[in-house]
Design a protein around this ligand. Structure first.
Ligand SMILES: Cc1cc2nc3c(=O)[nH]c(=O)nc-3n(C[C@H](O)[C@H](O)[C@H](O)COP(=O)(O)OP(=O)(O)OC[C@H]3O[C@@H](n4cnc5c(N)ncnc54)[C@H](O)[C@@H]3O)c2cc1C
Length: 509
């Protein structure tokens, strides 16, 4: 099977030439290329070989502690030693403070190599950011250096048995205890709720400091130490991500510190929402790229059937296989471009309404791109795709959660078609489509149709009923515009013919 190859050229192409990363103040082109190159090597040599080990062994709960699969502890030690956990942390806290765009590229590579391990390590930048915005100086001083060095990993504890998509139903109770607080209750589905790789765990917990009637306003954010009365009561058996321990945690009078203001928990937790959602979109991109890589390698070797000239055919000689390979590739390249365009807007900070409109589009399209490309990969490999040997099944199983967590896609679709159309973001989206794909008459025709639909929904009482179709069409328009831009700058890519061909295929459909 084709070993994991980090798609560094594709990532740098999207960042530099499609999304124009140079617009962002802290973008350093040479440094970006250097960091991504180094991380790519690490991912290929250390993280990716553990991906199927993790899938087969899974994380286990033994005597109340989670044991990670073989090799994960060593890989994590190398990750921490390399400073990768502190990539985004400020230098005065021991971090490297590299651009968020570079960190996004690193995160994609990590997910493509080993999504399970990325899940357990990937919450740290968000925890650091939350502490920087809402933590006291003492909390920052105590935790950020330890998070940045890898001594501590972090979790995000929101979900409860009765509170999944609807966080207003959270019941985990926070009660004052002198200057601090005690937590009482249970959280479920907590990624990395325990593991045996880092010395400590910092839990960021959303709990009810007010009454049930206060709804979301009664929620506050707390931090707890993993070794201070947080019990792991079970880990879930799952479809995929077997090496990412999804834990049920019990808080029984657990000591906690308030982070930020009382009643401001949701705002604190969601500070990093745009980044987190774009990161999930990039998990989808990572799966699409990896599925395309494996399928391409296999299709170029497997001999089945005959070509028109009678010679033995490779799978890649068959027109329908070429269609599927091109679709996978286009999904990865186009969805990545969407994410980076959104990331650059986010980092520039000049069009926040546009960012709010683009983020759910990327989350929906990116996550579905990963699942779809893995599904196509299974088809391309035929019966071998259905076996474990080529990892296509694992990619599909691991990718499948991305359309559910960080807000189920249906919820994002509704917000695109309702709240998303209220502000200026939807008008700025139309401007963006012109900026990206202005050269294509076909795309401009599609944009005109979309604008008419947008204007009709703006005054409709029933927009929710069209939300899925509208959001899908909106995301598709963004995808096509990004591919138009890819085609326009394809000569800057090491494989211009590949980029032009896949863009042409999508734009002509
Ligand atoms: C592998 C994994 C890792 C996870 N990691 C974490 C973690 O680290 N921390 C954490 O706190 N949680 C975590 N979760 C939980 C995850 O965020 C929730 O599963 C998710 O929020 C959905 O909640 P639910 O499962 O209760 O589904 P429900 O809320 O019951 O929703 C089920 C489905 O109903 C639909 N739906 C629900 N509400 C609406 C609505 N208002 N409008 C339209 N459609 C709706 C959606 O299609 C949704 O998929 C994880 C889950 C898994 C499986």
């Amino acid at each position: 099977m084709t070993g994991f190859v980090a798609p560094i050229d594709d990532i740098l192409f999207a960042l530099r030439h499609v999304a124009d990363a140079a617009r962002v103040e802290d973008w350093d082109d040479a440094l970006a290329s250097d960091i991504l190159g180094h991380f790519g090597q690490f991912a290929e040599g250390v993280l990716a070989p553990l991906n199927s080990v993790g899938d087969t062994q899974g994380a286990r709960l033994v005597d109340g502690r989670v044991i990670m699969p073989d090799g994960f502890g060593d890989a994590y030690a190398q990750l921490a030693e390399g400073g990768w956990q502190g990539l985004r942390a400020p230098e005065n806290f021991g971090g490297m403070k590299v651009s968020a765009l570079v960190a996004a590229g690193v995160s994609e590579v990590f997910s493509g190599a080993n999504h399970s391990l990325q899940m357990v390590c990937g919450l740290v930048p968000g925890a650091i950011e939350t502490l920087l915005h809402f933590g006291t100086q003492a909390q920052q001083d105590e935790w950020i250096p330890r998070l940045a060095s890898g001594e501590v990993l972090s979790t995000m504890c929101l979900t409860e048995a009765g509170a999944g998509s609807d966080l207003s139903a959270i019941r985990c109770k926070a009660v004052r205890d002198g200057a601090d607080w005690r937590l009482e209750g249970e959280k479920i589905f907590i990624s990395g709720g325990d593991q045996d790789m880092s010395k400590g765990i910092l839990h960021l917990v959303l709990a009810r400091s007010g009454t049930a009637e206060d709804g979301l306003k009664g929620l506050s954010l707390f931090l707890c130490r993993g070794d201070d009365g947080v019990q792991v009561t079970r880990i879930e058996e799952k479809l995929g991500l077997h090496a990412s321990p999804t834990c049920q945690l019990a808080f029984q009078g657990t000591h906690a510190e308030l982070v930020g203001a009382e009643g401001d928990g949701l705002r604190a937790m969601f500070t990093v929402m745009n980044h987190a959602r774009l990161d999930v979109a990039l998990q989808g991109v990572a799966h699409a790229a990896r599925a395309a890589q494996i399928a391409r390698g296999y299709a170029q070797e497997r001999v089945q059937g005959r070509r028109k000239d009678g010679a033995p055919a490779k799978l890649s000689d068959h027109v329908d296989v070429q269609r599927m390979l091109a679709e996978q590739d286009a999904l990865a390249v186009g969805a990545r471009a969407m994410c980076h365009v959104a990331f650059v807007e986010l980092e520039c900070g000049t069009r926040p309404d546009l960012v709010a409109f683009l983020t759910p589009l990327c989350k929906v399209f990116g996550s579905e791109a990963g699942i779809k490309a893995a599904d196509l990969g299974i088809q391309i490999l035929g019966g071998y795709g259905y076996l474990n040997e080529y990892q296509m099944g694992q990619i599909w199983r691991d990718a499948r959660i991305t359309s559910i967590y960080e807000g189920a896609n249906g919820i994002h679709e509704r917000s695109i078609a309702t709240r998303g159309l209220k502000g200026p973001g939807a008008d700025q989206f139309a401007e963006l489509i012109r900026e990206l794909g202005g050269g294509s008459d076909k795309l401009m025709g599609a944009l005109a149709d979309w604008e008419a639909w947008r204007d009709r929904l703006r005054t409709s009482d029933a927009a929710e009923y069209e939300a899925h179709d509208f959001a899908q069409a909106t995301a598709r328009l963004f995808f096509r515009a990004c591919l138009a831009k890819c085609a326009a700058v394809a000569d800057r890519h090491p494989e211009p013919a590949r980029i032009k061909a896949l863009a042409e295929r999508v734009l002509s459909s």
